[in-house]
Design a protein around this ligand. Structure first.
Ligand code: MAV
Length: 325
């Protein structure tokens, strides 16, 4: 229980209520999406679980990108300002911890079973440790489970059409390296600039999962979806280390348990909804879906790039352990 009298200000606000919890703890979260997105629902679940087990924590979850996009959130978390927790693509944290994008690089997981086996083991612990040490960001759970595909303004159905394709990728160098190995022309662009960049023809597409394509209506500018199925998303629920350390110990334990449980809830939700959302967009005439011809060839093209990246991090054994899951 919250020790009364201890002055704890977390994030930007310590809410003073009628006096019973004069030092209520407020935790501010951020989502790039509205209430319908699995990330938002997972963060709401996290708050509910904490609330069930601990009195006096107020959650202030800001939606619809009010506080920016993940590449902003990572800086906030690292500095311990503006937000306390969020859900984040590892590949948006690369500038602080170069090894963290290993857990969400394309073509890492064979299928949902492999992804599940990996996330329900502790094989990613060394990457979590590096993130905490270098970025002061603590992983408290894992959500994700969407399958990322190509989305483009014109159809991209095979390697010939992918060649030179100007596409946006997330900021981690490994993301660009992998799509370059597939002969595309990737560039790192902020997520909130993607829609305009496609509309104005700066790029011809990007890659994303159904939940986010639908939530942010990317199909309006890029209606062609190619089933490359190159990534099953791994999305850590993260808390600023600076926030976490300020919490009373019993609350820290509640947060870790709630993070793990909310993560499991979110993984089940997003992986189950992935095909449903894709079908909804097809039925609404928002996307035109096609298979990528010769998809099996792609893996062979990227494995050397994955291997080299892991070797550069001294993480060859770790990559082998993930592949063997
Ligand atoms: C999707 O919206 C999510 O996977 C999110 O975590 C990523 O940051 C985003 O795509 C992106 O591509 O940057």
């Amino acid at each position: 229980r919250l020790a009364r009298g201890a002055a704890i200000a977390i994030g930007l606000t310590a809410v003073a209520t009628s006096g019973v919890y004069a030092d209520d703890i407020t935790l501010r979260g951020a989502s790039m999406f509205d209430n319908d997105h699995a990330f938002t629902k997972t963060m709401v679940k996290f708050a509910e679980l904490v609330d069930e087990n601990y009195d006096g924590v107020t959650f202030d979850l800001r939606l619809n990108g009010e506080l920016g996009v993940e590449s902003d959130y990572v800086t906030f978390l690292q500095q311990g300002v503006a937000i306390d927790y969020t859900i984040m693509a590892p590949s948006n944290m690369a500038s602080f911890a170069p090894s963290i994008p290993l857990m969400d690089m394309p073509f890492l997981f064979r299928d949902l079973d492999h992804w599940n086996a990996t996330l329900s083991s502790d094989v990613l612990a060394p990457l979590e440790a590096e993130l905490l040490e270098k970025a002061d960001i603590k992983i408290i759970g894992y959500t994700g489970g969407g399958t990322r595909n190509l989305l483009s303004s014109a159809p991209i159905g095979n390697l010939d059409e992918l060649k030179g394709h100007k596409m946006r990728v997330m900021g981690a160098p490994i993301q660009a390296q992998i799509f370059a190995a597939l002969t595309a022309a990737p560039s790192a662009i902020a997520y909130n600039e993607v829609y305009n960049a496609i509309q104005s023809g700066v790029i011809a597409g990007f890659e994303n999962e159904a939940a986010s394509i639908q939530n942010l209506k990317f199909y309006e500018v890029a209606p062609h979806l190619t089933l490359t199925r190159h990534t099953i998303t791994v999305r850590p629920i993260v808390m600023s280390g600076k926030t976490f350390r300020k919490l009373p110990e019993d609350l820290q334990a509640v947060v870790l348990k709630a993070g793990a449980e909310a993560g499991a809830y979110g993984r089940e939700l997003e992986s189950r909804e992935d095909a449903v959302k894709l079908q909804e967009m097809v039925d609404a005439g928002q996307v035109i879906v096609q298979e990528f011809e010769g998809r099996d060839q792609l893996l062979g093209m990227v494995v050397p790039v994955q291997d080299e990246y892991a070797a550069s991090l001294g993480a060859t054994e770790l990559l082998a352990a993930i592949r063997a899951k």
